[in-house]
Design a binder for this molecule. Structure first.
Ligand code: RUQ
Ligand code: CUA
Length: 664
């Protein structure tokens, strides 16, 4: 007997309630909806207390379903070792790109991409994370061309290459000279070279040398990686490095137009502070910011390439290095003072000015390249302790603009304005560029600031570091979010804020807050979406994304099967909605297995996954793609293999058994 029939009163009450509910729906089907909120948007605005500004922000950023964003922002993923592709102005996250860190959704490091990750090994040791900092889009004549993306790993001194046809990482190169970097990646205006500047000075190769040998044994570096566009790879055999004084080189930028062929890097710790707070020494933060100026490095890249090509280098850790002495003999390098604790150096769109921010100076300092050339021609009269010639600040500087506290990084727009992030003021300043190519009538002057939330690092404007910035949008990459979102415990997201910069003067409007919860996005570049030429599916069935051609292992329908040659087993499999073929794979413990799966789908988005428990295999096989993975069948048993993407109504049936017979 059921519970309810033993309690007829409860049954009666329930029936009455059900009848009442039914009548309500029949009489007025909208009653339920009205309880949730108003039907017309004006009432929604009123109920939510939205201002005119809020409504403008909403309609500027709202993307109706199925319509596309105008820009794509590639943001570094900080110590998550990834890159994020984000649509603007909606700020929708479109894609995470696995770079230095294994990532199971893409199968990266779980059967796919293992070769790429192996390229990032340091002396045979797997390094399975990175601290991505500065993404750089490939350029043609100083403008983004939408073909490639590069990014550095600050933690381990590595550089990665991403192909923007499929948004996948194709190569990681390890810098043999250095275990960290920072001033990269930056491309030369036609992407012939990718620049990787160092950060914390160290002995070559990170070999041992005591700190009291710092001044003689430790070095700074700038590496010039040759990019082979045809091959889609960095060619280490045509790459070289330049030795710099053991200062801490920070950010760099490549020249463009009139400065094409030059590289600019700033530094901190020209004091050569050694830290050692535990021994009663001034900590690095005090020692490295003792002096009122540090030095910007002005490096003649074209001349350096000539020296490298003439073979005037020394091989260190397998890399040709232009030693500091050689660099000075060939006039490759000059210094000019820059204000206290400089951080960013950014080349203006016409290449004519360099903007530097000193973290502990409330100004941006603008240098004119013409002044620099004149000062070089006049002959520098001073050198630093490493004999690098110094060009006097009063000779190289063009202007200073007081922008606020803690200036870091500068970007540009199409109206002749520059934007500088202010870490301490937690704001972004807009200032006019007084040069004749920009806003000569306004002169070099602060136009206004907008608060951001909170502790901004980099900012990015649309195509804002190219020869033709687009303006319109600025994204502030904030380190702290504090009170902007619901609490998620002590660890909070970073906050990317979208700012409308389309209006002149001091008018800037904050439009949108985007929490991001993987690593700490450092820098981003924003490209017009129509410059990207992504593939909808891989061009042909059997495609190997690493070689970007049809794989010789590709499995065509009818070629499936399992073959044995001694202890070597080859599995050849196809995947199509909603089955794998074969579905039974019978092998023996101790076998070495080489397994290829080809996704023979041609429909867009018909991706199949493939997972084998215990053996750590999890693939993402996109339409047309072929993947080959290998493993040793060390454990006997029955292993269910299944598709990890919900690809069809019969996705749960897209499965198979791998039986591993025990060794006698
Ligand atoms: S930076 S800390 Cu680009 Cu401001 Cu690395
Ligand atoms: Cu294929 Cu699920």
């Amino acid at each position: 007997m059921s519970h309810l029939t033993r309690h007829p009163r409860i049954l009666f009450v329930l029936s009455v309630v059900a009848l009442a509910a039914l009548l309500t729906v029949v009489i007025n089907p909208w009653d339920g909806a009205q309880a949730q909120g108003s039907a017309d948007w004006q009432s929604v605005v009123q109920e939510r207390g939205l201002t005119d500004e809020d409504i403008r922000a909403a309609v500027k950023t709202y993307m109706p379903s199925g319509s596309y964003d105008e820009y794509v922002m590639f943001a570094s993923g900080g110590h998550a070792g990834q890159v994020f592709a984000i649509g603007l102005p909606s700020m929708r996250l479109l894609r995470t790109i696995a770079v230095f860190t294994p990532e199971p959704w893409q199968g990266y490091g779980f059967g796919v991409g293992n070769e790429v990750l192996e390229g990032g090994q340091i002396e045979g040791r797997d390094i399975l994370w990175g601290d991505t900092h500065h993404p750089a889009l490939s350029e043609t004549e100083g403008d983004y061309d939408g073909e490639w993306l590069f990014i550095n790993d600050k933690a381990n001194g590595r550089v990665a290459v991403i192909d923007l046809r499929d948004f996948e990482t194709k190569q990681i190169v390890n810098n043999p000279l250095y275990l960290n970097d920072h001033g990269g990646t930056f491309v030369t205006p036609n992407t012939e070279y990718i620049i990787e500047g160092g950060q914390y000075a160290m002995p070559w190769g990170g070999r041992y040398a005591p700190l009291d040998e710092y001044e003689e044994t430790y070095a700074g570096m700038l590496t010039v990686w040759k990019f082979d566009r045809e091959a889609g790879r960095i060619d280490p055999s045509r790459s070289f490095a330049i030795e710099l004084p053991p200062y801490w080189q920070d950010l760099c930028d490549a020249g463009k137009l009139v400065t094409d062929g030059w590289i600019f890097c700033n530094t901190f710790n020209t004091e050569l502070a050694l830290g050692g707070i535990e021994e009663g020494n001034p900590p690095f933060e005090a020692g490295a910011s003792r002096d009122t100026t540090d030095y910007m490095h002005l490096i003649n890249l074209d001349a350096a390439i000539e020296v490298y090509e003439a073979g005037d280098t020394e091989e260190i850790e397998g890399m040709p290095v232009i030693r500091l002495e050689t660099a000075l003999q060939n006039n490759l390098m000059y210094l000019t003072p820059e204000p206290r604790s400089p951080h960013g150096v950014d080349v203006a769109p016409q290449g004519d000015f360099l903007v530097v921010s000193g973290k502990l100076d409330p100004h941006v300092t603008i240098y004119s390249f013409q002044n620099i050339l004149d000062a070089i021609a006049a002959g520098p009269t001073e050198t630093d302790q490493y004999n690098v010639p110094i060009l006097a600040l009063e000779d190289t500087m063009e202007a200073q603009v007081e922008v606020g506290l803690g200036p870091l990084h500068t970007q540009f727009d199409n109206q002749g304005y520059a934007y500088t992030s202010l870490f301490l003021d937690t704001a972004v300043a807009r200032w006019s560029m007084g040069g004749e190519n920009y806003r000569p009538d306004d002169g070099w002057a602060l136009q206004g600031t907008i608060p951001v939330h909170y502790n901004v690092g980099h900012i990015a404007t649309a195509e804002g570091d190219t020869v033709s910035p687009d303006g319109n949008w600025l994204v502030s990459l904030n380190k702290w979010s504090v009170d902007r979102f619901l609490s998620t415990g002590p660890l909070l997201p970073q906050n990317l804020q979208l700012v409308d910069i389309s209006q002149p003067g001091d008018q800037m409007q904050l439009l949108y807050d985007m929490p991001i919860t993987a690593g700490e996005p450092h820098y981003a570049q924003i490209i017009k979406a129509d410059k990207l030429n992504t593939w909808e599916v891989y061009p042909e069935i059997g495609w190997d994304p690493l070689s970007q051609s049809v794989s010789e292992n590709a499995v065509q329908p009818g070629e499936e099967g399992v073959e044995r040659d001694g202890n070597n087993v080859t599995v050849r499999m196809t995947a199509v909605r909603s089955h794998f073929n074969p579905e039974h794979v019978e092998i023996r413990q101790g076998d070495h297995v080489t397994w290829t799966i080809t996704n023979i789908e041609r429909a867009r988005d018909a991706t199949h996954g493939f997972a084998i428990p215990y053996y750590g295999i999890n693939l993402s096989i996109e339409p047309g793609e072929t993947i080959t993975f290998e493993f040793d069948a060390t454990r006997d048993g029955v292993f269910t293999c299944y598709c990890t993407e919900f690809c069809s109504a019969l996705h749960l049936e897209m499965t198979g058994y791998m039986l591993v017979e025990p060794e006698e």
